[in-house]
Design a protein around this ligand. Structure first.
Ligand code: DP6
Length: 422
């Protein structure tokens, strides 16, 4: 009999997973249910200290159904993507034994036992910062640990992929490639690590969270419409991306920042060109996004070699990758010059994440922002415009590690006795 007489135990695991930003984009599926892409993609994992999902998964004979809470609010698990992930993980569960708690779960018991899941993002979900990538990666990683799944990280990435395509790349830290694969069942469509987060640790990433009132088209439906209507997307996936993937791999391997930056920028721009080539056209970037591209292009040209790469996902936020800390502080000065906070904003709530970049930039107060000089790459005769309020806030971060277990029970999101949210 399962677990003997004691039926009120709760067994749980807590994990933390990073989000990621693609530098060669995934856009378009060849299979909607299995989530199989039409091209390879490459991403940088972002430091979970600044952007991550924490998930606690619990099992208990006292639970009468699977339940999930996201940022404290109960959500439905009935969606196909959750169901597919849960089924794939349950099918690979092994028996476990916790002598201390007197818990024994046989392999076949997992089919009948119910789960409680609580998930929390350490960044605003509404900001449009790829919360589904971190979320599904964390869910699959935590469940695999709880259920003693004996698959390698690559196999787990193929399960996370069925929750959200980009989630498979969040199973690793550093630089990650999602190999599209050939199998019809998707078994070879998995993520692999190209290099760890320590391989290129000069890089600094600044995210500009752009103010937007617009409800954006979801990635899922946007890419479906592109596959159906954009000839440019098919040219991209067949002719452009395969070569770019090889070049990007080489740029990462050799830490060749100019090549890395050029490839990331043209790939982001081509992805947004595909959106424009979709019928009806999809606009993810707004005037602020376009302005940021212009400023970065001007600066890179002025310096004679790229200092910063930009990339944009399915929304107006800019992800800027600076070649090192020194450049990052110059970048932050420029960003604060062009996009100062609204009056009475506290600098501490305007620049989030790694505050040492702000310190290096020497900007402590609103007065310092007002005193910032116009960047030299701008022509002196044109008075430079400043756009207060167009950016909600900045997040300074860097390449980071993959998912980890949080052993400390105090970090669990579910109550150890009841299995309900704390
Ligand atoms: C623009 O992974 O969110 O961020 O697989 O339908 O869940 P689904 O889509 P999703 O798409 C991400 C698209 C992108 C580019 C990228 O991350 O590679």
């Amino acid at each position: 009999e399962m677990a003997g007489k004691q039926q009120n135990w709760v067994l749980m695991v807590t994990a933390q997973s990073p989000t990621n930003i693609a530098v060669i984009k995934y856009w378009g599926k060849r299979d909607e249910t299995l989530i199989l892409p039409i091209n390879d993609s490459i991403s940088v994992t972002l430091d979970p200290e600044h952007l991550c999902t924490t998930t606690t998964v619990a099992v208990s004979p006292s639970f009468d159904k699977d339940r999930m809470w996201l940022n404290g609010k109960e959500i439905s698990l009935s969606g196909g993507r959750y169901q597919n992930c849960l089924r794939e993980i349950r099918g690979r569960a092994s028996s476990i034994e916790d002598e201390e708690k007197g818990i024994r779960i046989q392999k076949q018991d997992w089919e009948k036992l119910h789960l409680h899941i609580a998930s929390y993002n350490n960044f605003p979900t509404a900001a449009g910062l790829a919360s589904s990538a971190a979320g599904f990666a964390c869910l699959v990683f935590a469940l695999a640990k709880l259920m003693n799944v004996k698959e390698d990280q690559g196999k787990l990435s193929a399960i996370a992929r069925q929750g959200s395509g980009s989630a498979c790349r969040s199973l690793y830290g550093g630089f990650v490639k999602w190999v599209m694969g050939n199998d019809v069942n998707g078994s070879d469509s998995t993520a692999i690590q190209l290099a760890s987060e320590t391989h290129w640790d000069d890089l600094v990433i600044i995210i500009a969270v752009v103010s937007s009132r617009q409800k954006e088209t979801s990635s899922t439906s946007g890419m479906r419409e592109s596959v159906e209507t954009s000839a440019l997307l098919h040219h991209r996936s067949k002719e452009v991306v395969p070569k770019r993937i090889l070049q990007m791999e080489e740029a990462i391997r050799t830490r060749d920042f100019p090549s890395f930056a050029r490839l990331a920028c043209v790939d982001s721009n081509q992805f947004h060109a595909v959106c424009l080539d979709t019928s009806p056209p999809i606009f993810y970037m707004n005037d602020t996004s376009h302005r940021i591209i212009n400023y970065m292009e001007k600066w890179n040209r002025f310096e004679g070699t790229p200092q910063v790469a930009y990339t944009f996902d399915a929304g107006p936020n800019a992800v800027l990758i600076a070649r090192n800390r020194e450049v990052a502080s110059l970048l932050l000065q420029r960003l604060l010059f062009f996009f100062p906070p609204l009056p009475d904003t506290d600098m501490d709530s305007y620049v989030l994440g790694d505050k040492t970049i702000l310190k290096d930039a020497g900007v402590k107060s609103m007065k310092d922002v007002e005193a910032l000089p116009s960047p030299p790459e701008l022509k002196d005769n044109v008075p430079s415009q400043r756009h207060a309020g167009d950016v909600s806030y900045f997040i300074c971060t860097r390449p980071g590690r993959g998912p980890v277990l949080l052993a400390d029970e105090s970090q669990a999101l579910l109550h150890p006795k009841t299995g309900l949210p704390k």
